[in-house]
Every structure is written in C-alpha cells, then in structure tokens.
Design a protein around this ligand. Sequence first.
Ligand code: GAR
Length: 193
Amino acid sequence: MKRIVILASGSGSNAENIISFFGDSTEVEVSAVLTNKSTAGVLERCNRLNIPAFYFNKKAFTGSDTVIRLLKSLKPDLIVLAGFLWKVPISIIAVFPNQIINIHPALLPKYGGKGMYGEKVHQAVKENMETETGITIHYVNENYDEGAIIFQAKTELTIHDSAETIANKVHQLEYEHFPVVIEKLLFPNGEKK
Ligand code: GAR
C-alpha cells in the first residue's frame, strides 16, 4: 500500500477530493491529514470521511521534532500540501527529499511567494486583467512556491470573470488534475494494476 499524508490549513476541498479519488483503491491510502489550524474545515471533512486527523502548532512544526516524528511514524510515500499556508522548514524537507508536493492556484512563477494564497491570488489575477490563469503542482523546497514544477494546467479568463469565478475555474482544475498527478508520482512507471 502506498501512503499519502495531506497537510491542509483551510476548508480542505482538495483534501476531500483526493481522499475520495483513492477511496476505493487497494493500492493507495490517505493515511492522515495534518493541520496547523484547529478550526480548519478540513477537520470536519476528516471526521465525516473517517480519516485520522492531527492538529499541530508552530512549535511542533518548526521548533521541535514533534511533527517530524509524527510524519515518520506515518511512513508516507508522498506528503501533499493542499491549501497549507506555512512554510515547510528545511528540517522536514531534508527528511523527505522529493516527497513533498504543493498545489498553487496560479501559473507559477506568477502570483507566488509569501502572502500569495487562496483568494489573494485570484484578486491579483483579476486586478491585472490576466487572460489566463491556472494551477501549478510543484515539489516543495525551502522557499515559498519555488520548487521544481511537476505539472501546470491553464484556464482562460474573460473580462467578465470576478475573483470568485476565477477561484471556481481554478478549483475545477485542481479537482480534475491533482489526484491524477499524485497517482502518477506514486506509480512513475505506470506499474499500478
Ligand atoms: C487551493 O486553491 C490551493 O491551491 C490554495 O489554497 C486553496 C485551498 O482550498 N493553496 C495556496 O494558495 C497555497 N499558496 P481547499 O482548502 O478547499 O483545498
């Protein structure tokens, strides 16, 4: 069994989509969801979907080895950041080289970096009257949104799009592609039955 651990800070619609995608799989499981926000919507989803969920604070993440020990105990093949808003410390990246990926709701390197997340990204895309936006799935390195790009998909925008409709278009791309990209990373030679 390949094991995925998801880190999420918010609503968790991507986490739920990934959990559902692998729900019937005999080869891949979402072992747990970890969150840095005790009120995150993702916790309610985990409760409903019967997925173990863990909350951790800043000290556990960056000031001690608590989260590293938890992650090690979960033995993940892949750690998936799905709307996770803290920078991952180098101490964690070093333990899981090329095993941590993130999804960003724009076409990096545009609209990336500290403070660029969720609605803020879509508002900036709207303000700049972009004619397209999209998603980027990338490896996580020590800088926000700068790790090697694995996959991008685009969607066209019109002058009539609002930040909200842009967000909807981007979410649709995320739901369509993120689980498929995860599956390809877990089975790089297509060895899945
Ligand atoms: C997603 O759109 C994801 O791309 C974005 O947060 C949203 C989380 O939604 N991530 C970032 O902005 C990271 N910088 P969700 O909680 O419903 O999955």
